[in-house]
Design a protein around this ligand. Structure first.
Ligand SMILES: Cc1ncc(COP(=O)(O)O)c(C=O)c1O
Length: 383
């Protein structure tokens, strides 16, 4: 008997995660591999936050469900964060706590789009977007961006594409490039979307991890966007699986009912420690200073070994590299690098199926010793 599987579940594997699994297996077998592949902080929560977690378990060993869109104090605290950080007044009722931003995407997209609608992505892009959209039967159009555009869209680029779409996903700062959208451009994109009845979906997962200018939220320029954020990156609560969505007013009831039915509750202990971690920004800012140092080491060393065309890396913890001078098969190049130099990085085809054969992504979220050792190994390998 051969029972069918759904078309919608036929999505591409997440190559970056496959690399992480392979590195873990090879390390367990005794290989000394430096990995510049993971998209997660090398730090855990600051010590007082972990102490708070222990205290929470002692005080409340039951740790039952919370409201499906999260604990009120955390929603109110996030609303205050928007006022403090961006000067944006957001009613806490618009904030839904989610099981990290990944679940926020699923229920947010389900509440705003039908199967058969079309959403535009700019490439290179965070690969899970395409796969979530495919699983929801939402059509995708891709708008390629170039290094000359800082790999980010502008309202002009959207207009010139001539494409019709119901939604647009932007990521600022972006994975895989670390590129940011300036305030004026962001405002114009918001205006363009509102004028064209396009629902803007703004992934603000890397806010807080910026090196020159702070990132701006689209909430300053429009009330119609769906904003996703997470405690996985700046707040370093990666495996605690918590994030939030800021919803347009007309999505609140829909998202609440979907969350009640699909998720029941975000993780309770994680919500308590998220509330705590928001008061430890001076420790978290030290993590950002660490990433910046790593970025500066790589920015100096990579061009010396032929990796010249680096993305702007204004935020997040990634360089996207145009390596056409070294390879036209990034997957094979990364495979050889892993086997011969014992350095793991991510091939570009994960982020851009059309042009990623000549591009690479390097994450600098790891230790400084790893950055230096990886550069030493690659210098020998590419010599
Ligand atoms: C741009 C972007 N958005 C969303 C996510 C998902 O993060 P999480 O589900 O941990 O919130 C990631 C993870 O790497 C990411 O890079």
């Amino acid at each position: 008997m051969s029972l069918k599987l759904s078309h919608r579940s036929q999505v591409e594997p997440f190559r970056a995660l496959a690399i992480l699994n392979e590195v873990a297996q090879r390390r367990a077998a005794g290989e000394n591999i430096i990995s510049l592949a993971p998209g997660q902080p090398c730090f855990g929560a600051p010590a007082p936050v972990l102490e708070k977690a222990r205290q929470c378990i002692t005080d409340d060993p039951i740790q039952g469900y919370t409201a499906a869109i999260g604990m009120l104090p955390l929603r109110e605290r996030i609303a205050r964060h928007y006022a403090d950080q961006y000067g944006a007044q957001i009613n806490y009722e618009r904030i839904a706590i989610t099981t990290a931003s990944s679940a926020g995407f699923v229920i947010g997209l389900m509440s705003a789009f039908e199967a058969g609608d079309t959403i535009a992505l700019t490439t290179p892009t965070y690969p899970a977007y395409k796969n979530i959209l495919h699983a929801l039967d939402i059509n995708i159009v891709e708008i390629p961006t170039r290094a000359e555009h800082n790999y980010q869209p502008t309202a002009e680029l959207l207009e010139q594409s001539g494409l019709k779409f119901d939604g647009l996903i932007i990521t600022n700062p972006a994975n895989p490039t670390g590129a940011m959208i300036g305030e004026g451009t962001l405002k114009n994109i918001c205006g363009w979307c509102d004028n064209h009845d396009v629902r803007l979906i703004s992934d603000e997962a890397y806010h807080g991890i910026t090196y020159e200018e702070p990132a701006q939220t689209v909430l300053k320029f429009t009330d119609n966007a769906l904003v996703l954020n997470t405690f996985s990156k700046y707040f370093a609560l990666t495996g605690w699986r918590l994030g939030w969505a800021v919803l347009p007013e007309n999505m609140i009831a829909r998202v609440t009912a979907l969350a009640e039915n699909l998720m029941v509750s975000p993780p309770t202990l994680s919500q308590h420690i998220a509330l705590e971690v928001m008061d430890h920004t001076s420790a978290l800012d030290k993590y950002v200073a660490h990433y910046k140092k790593n970025r500066d080491i790589l920015r100096e060393r990579l061009p010396q070994i032929g990796l010249n065309n680096l993305s702007s890396a204004q935020g997040a913890f990634y360089f996207y590299i145009d390596a056409h001078n070294l390879t036209n098969n990034s997957e094979e190049f990364c495979r050889r690098m892993l086997d011969e130099a014992r350095v793991a990085i991510t091939p570009g085809n994960d982020f851009d199926s059309a042009r990623g054969k000549t591009t690479l992504r390097i994450s600098y979220a790891g230790s400084q010793a790893d950055m230096i050792e990886a550069c030493d190994r690659l210098t020998r390998w590419l010599a």
